[in-house]
Design a protein around this ligand. Structure first.
Ligand SMILES: [Ca+2]
Length: 333
């Protein structure tokens, strides 16, 4: 695949998550391609879809599946910044975030002897942002907790980072975990607030829930086209989503990986068909809206625009990226 743009050092902050796994595979394909300008220099784990320990294990499973061993993994926050996150009911991606696959005897991955880095994720973010000053891209696929901690412990962190891509929040009050709240911002509203309130000088690109809902593939495409590719990565993905495809079918009638939409926007900017800039912040008090993004559509705050909002992408291009990523030749082992 052709990846446009300048050389980029990338950190992926993730709460993996089946959704994140799809995005990680997209990014790992770019990392592995010698012609690509993308180099993943770290993966940092944060709570969200499951506990941070499960997230670390899930990241290792994806790396094992891709046969990639040169990316360090850092464990981060297991609690939100201020208020505890109380899980209710059954998590969307299962208790372990990976549909319970770790209990399967024949997981299609070649397990490597991997160890977590000793440094914690927020400290690693601070250090790497200093080390790769003005070169570093961060992609946040989970709650913003690690980022908010990094911002709070280093006044220069935001300045050092070149750009931040966030999957999270919403722009029209459409929610998934609550009527008007998106999951990542719901888990840790204060962290999202800290991130959006910092002086990024328009370096934030946000992929809200609404953009993902406009990028849903048919269940037929998921099952018959993506799902029928003969590769170990699709074999794994099908196992991860074995119980989930019925949930997608019932709830949405279609399939999407929100995190993959965000990753695709970074890897291939031309995939964006509609975007805008605006001032965005996060509601922290509302009984029904804590964690909802507030967009200053009428320009009443006088605050400068702080976010580039991705409103829509070209779905056929995303599907093509997914097909070429999950093709049998991408991660030959
Ligand atoms: Ca995620």
């Amino acid at each position: 695949m052709n990846y446009p743009g300048p050389q980029r050092k990338v950190i992926i902050d993730t709460d993996a998550g089946v959704d994140d796994a799809v995005a990680l595979f997209l990014a790992l394909a770019a990392h592995k391609d010698p012609k690509s300008p993308f180099e993943i220099i770290a993966i940092t784990a944060v709570l969200g879809n499951t506990t941070v320990d499960n997230v670390c294990r899930n990241v290792f499973t994806v790396l094992d599946s891709a046969g990639i061993s040169n990316i360090p993994v850092f464990c981060g926050a297991d609690n939100p910044l201020v208020q505890p996150f109380i899980r209710e009911g059954s998590p969307f991606f299962g208790e372990d975030g990976f549909g319970g696959v770790h209990s399967l005897p024949n997981l299609p991955v070649t397990k490597q002897d991997r160890k977590l880095e000793e440094e914690s994720a927020p400290l690693a973010l601070v250090r790497l942002a200093r080390e790769f000053q003005d070169e570093l891209t961060i992609v946040a696929l989970g709650p913003c907790t690690n980022l908010a901690i990094a911002i709070n412990i280093d006044p220069n962190f935001v300045k050092n980072v070149k750009e931040l891509y966030i999957m999270g929040g919403n722009i029209h009050g459409v929610g998934n975990i609550r009527p008007s709240i998106e999951f990542n911002f719901f888990v840790d509203p204060e962290s999202a607030f800290v991130v959006l309130s910092s002086s990024w000088n328009q370096k934030i690109v946000m992929v809200p829930l609404e953009a993902c809902k406009l990028a849903m593939s048919s269940m037929e495409w998921r099952r018959q086209v993506l799902g029928s590719i003969k590769s170990r990565q699709v074999e794994l993905l099908n196992l991860l989503e074995e119980k989930l495809v019925h949930v997608y079918e019932k709830q949405y009638g279609s399939w999407c990986s929100c995190d993959a939409v965000c990753m695709a926007v970074l890897l291939k900017p031309s995939i964006t068909s509609k975007s805008s800039t605006n001032y965005c912040t996060v509601e922290l008090q509302g009984a029904l809206t804590r964690g909802q993004v507030v967009v200053d559509y009428p320009q009443r705050t006088g605050n400068p625009h702080n976010v580039t909002i991705i409103e829509q992408i070209y779905l056929p291009e995303l599907e093509q990226m997914l097909l070429s990523t999950f093709h049998e030749s991408t991660f030959i082992q």
